[in-house]
Write a protein that binds this ligand. Structure first.
Ligand code: FES
Length: 275
């Protein structure tokens, strides 16, 4: 125990025992493990399924009209750009698309904090001892493979900006229905509102990113020399204080948006029209 405490002090950490905290510190790690595991299983299953990702597929099951919804798991529409690529590789096009949000979210500073704590217990919460602290001597942080790859986050940001643009394009498409004769008419359905919420939350998540904040104002020595960047930086900094909240909310809405498109495309429900 003496050696263990010495290691903790050496590492600059408070030598607290697990039992010292009497609050529900374990709740956050449990929720993180549960929600990330559930979402990963759902996303994998949907990508593997490779079907029911477009609201227009409802036309094939006899509907006289269908909303022009596209699941966010299939946006950008790689399946339209390279229709034979996924088929020739016997792989769902969703796997190509999911690489972008997956690399962005997996390297997100907030997400890293959450899964380092929840999955690696490193540490499990603030002021908590690490169960495997004796292995700390071999700990290289994010300076060696594989965690050095976390430093690619800024490049994942560039890729996700493209995804955000396509979210807006597909939100526009979601404002139309297509009839069996091919005509297209304006109309707002429940799905449109879900897509609008998903797009808004994804935008808040991306534009509150720490790397984005650095890109906007991190390189400035004097804020007064660049008043417009300084103003944007102030807004981004304000959004950044709720970055973790946007991470979780946007994760929930992207799952709901995909599930809704699946239900409409498979004919399980008919999209409720508002306009
Ligand atoms: Fe979370 Fe960039 S820090 S997305």
């Amino acid at each position: 125990m003496a050696g263990y405490k010495a290691n903790q002090i050496e590492a600059g950490r408070a030598p607290l025992e697990t039992a010292l905290r009497q609050d529900h510190w374990w709740l956050e790690p449990v929720l993180v493990v549960g929600s990330l595991t559930l979402f990963s299983i759902y996303a994998l299953w949907r990508a593997w399924e490779g079907a029911y990702f477009s609201g227009l597929q409802a036309l094939q099951s006899g509907a006289s009209w269908a909303p022009a919804y596209l699941s966010p798991f299939y946006s950008p529409p790689v399946h339209e750009w390279f229709p034979h690529l996924a088929a020739s590789m016997h792989i769902s096009p969703a796997f190509f698309v999911l690489l972008f949000p997956l690399s962005f979210r997996a390297t997100c500073y907030h997400c890293r904090r959450s899964y380092y704590r929840a999955f690696f217990l490193d540490p499990p919460a603030c002021a908590m001892a690490e169960p495997c602290a004796q292995r700390r001597k071999a700990y290289t942080g994010e300076s060696a493979f594989p965690f050095i790859l976390q430093n690619l986050h800024r490049y994942a940001l560039y890729a996700i900006l493209v995804v955000v643009v396509f979210h807006f394009l597909h939100l526009y498409d979601a404002c139309f229905v297509v009839h069996k004769d091919g005509s297209r008419h304006f109309g707002i359905g429940v799905g449109t509102l879900i897509f609008a919420l998903d797009t808004a939350l994804l935008s808040l998540y991306v534009f509150s990113c720490h790397s984005w904040r650095h890109l906007i104002g991190g390189g400035l020595n004097r804020m007064s020399a660049a008043p417009i960047r300084s103003m944007i930086w102030t807004v981004v900094s304000s959004l950044n204080t709720r970055h973790g909240l946007y991470f979780w909310l946007s994760l929930v809405t992207v799952g709901i948006a995909d599930a809704y498109v699946r239900m409409v495309a498979s004919g399980a429900i008919t999209d409720f029209r508002i306009i």
